[in-house]
Design a protein around this ligand. Structure first.
Ligand SMILES: [Cu+2]
Length: 369
């Protein structure tokens, strides 16, 4: 390859995972209530739109198209990889307010395949939160977007759907549940709490409300960067990428609305490994772009449940800060890194040769098939 000036395209082929820490005992009563309602709901379980619902009505048997598939709420579920705040250049600690809301949104996972995502602020992953070591962080979490039309869904319907409550557990928090108990919000509620960012690093956050693994599998995760007090070294580009595993009733690529499949979640058998929430979310127009010679920094995390073997085809990581430990000396010249579920890494490299480079999970069937 020639070393020439030009645009480098980093396409993300794969999208990929999290661990939930839930206060299950506390939620047991609600869970039982929901289970009863669920039994009723099972009778009306949504099926794939590619199938037909067959109803027996006395002696007349008729086939009706399934019209229960929800409409698309959001044209783009995926957060752009360059959607993150700029580096911090202040030298004093301050109070940083972060406003989050939860939203359950039907969106395309790939063309002709839709899914109901559960999100922070309407995208997967949730917003990239950036603070400085020593800052006091004030997290506000609202169940439902402020000012939206009041949901036509009742609290019971939310409960049956499994999201009677949402919350946030930030791995940067030192304290019980990472903030989960303090932020557990029912429909249209808002709560807030403060914590001091004492440990610099790159961390995952996620929903921890019952059933936490389901909330996470549906897309409720993001990252928080606590910059060291002295800041990070200067780079030319920064990008934000999270891998997640998704569990649909239909097989990979099966058209129509795909309901969440809890059995597949429990069996650790996802149909989709995705970067930033949908198939090809970070390719084409949305590819990560940089110029030859520029220093690039990637924050890569695993939001949901299955660890990643992160690799960029055609690149060596000049520096790798494993396991979110950004103040430790980095590993140098690394080809592939594992990223645990509920963890993140910081990668730095220079794009030396123009071309197109694919970000993949090097368990390659996840990327190719
Ligand atoms: Cu949730």
């Amino acid at each position: 390859m020639n070393k020439i000036g030009g645009l480098l395209l980093f396409s993300i082929v794969l999208s990929t995972l999290t661990t939930g820490c839930s206060d299950e005992a506390k939620d047991k009563a609600m869970a039982e209530k929901v289970a009863a309602a669920k039994t009723e709901n099972e009778k009306h379980k949504t099926i794939s739109t590619t199938k037909m619902a067959v109803h027996s009505d006395g002696d007349i048997q008729h086939v009706i198209p399934n019209t229960a598939a929800p409409k698309i709420d959001n044209d783009e579920i995926s957060r752009n990889a360059d959607d993150l705040p700029p580096p911090i250049n202040r030298t004093e600690a301050q109070v940083v307010r972060v406003d989050l809301y939860t939203a359950e949104l039907v969106a395309q996972m790939m063309p002709e395949v839709t899914y109901q995502y559960w999100t922070y602020n309407g995208k997967v992953p949730g917003p990239f939160i950036r603070v400085r070591e020593g800052d006091t962080v004030e997290i506000h979490l609202r169940h439902g977007k402020a000012g939206r039309e009041r949901s036509e869904h009742s609290t019971t319907q939310h409960a049956v759907a499994g999201h009677y409550a949402h919350s946030i557990d930030l791995h940067a928090v030192v304290g019980e549940g990472g903030g989960a108990a303090l932020t557990e919000v029912g429909q249209d509620q808002e709560k807030s709490f403060r914590f001091k960012a004492t440990h610099s690093g790159i961390y995952v956050y996620h929903c921890a409300s019952f059933h936490a693994p389901t909330h996470i599998a549906n897309g409720m995760y993001g990252m928080i960067l606590v910059e060291p007090a002295e800041g990070l070294t200067k780079v030319d580009r920064e990008f934000y990428v999270m891998q997640g595993d998704f569990y649909t009733q239909g097989k990979y690529g099966e058209k129509g609305f795909q309901a969440f499949d809890k059995d597949k979640l429990l069996a650790e058998h996802p149909e989709y490994f995705l970067f930033n929430g949908r198939v090809n979310a970070l390719s084409g127009e949305r590819a990560l772009k940089a110029k030859v010679g520029e220093k690039i920094r990637l924050f890569v995390g695993v939001g949901s449940h299955i660890a990643s073997n992160f690799h960029i085809i055609g690149t060596v990581f000049d520096k790798l800060y494993k396991d979110g430990a950004i103040t430790n000396p980095p590993l140098k010249n690394v080809q592939t890194t594992t990223i645990a579920a509920g963890s993140a890494v910081m990668i730095e490299f220079t794009a030396e040769v123009a071309g197109k480079y694919l970000l993949v999970d090097h368990n390659l069937t996840r990327a190719i098939d």
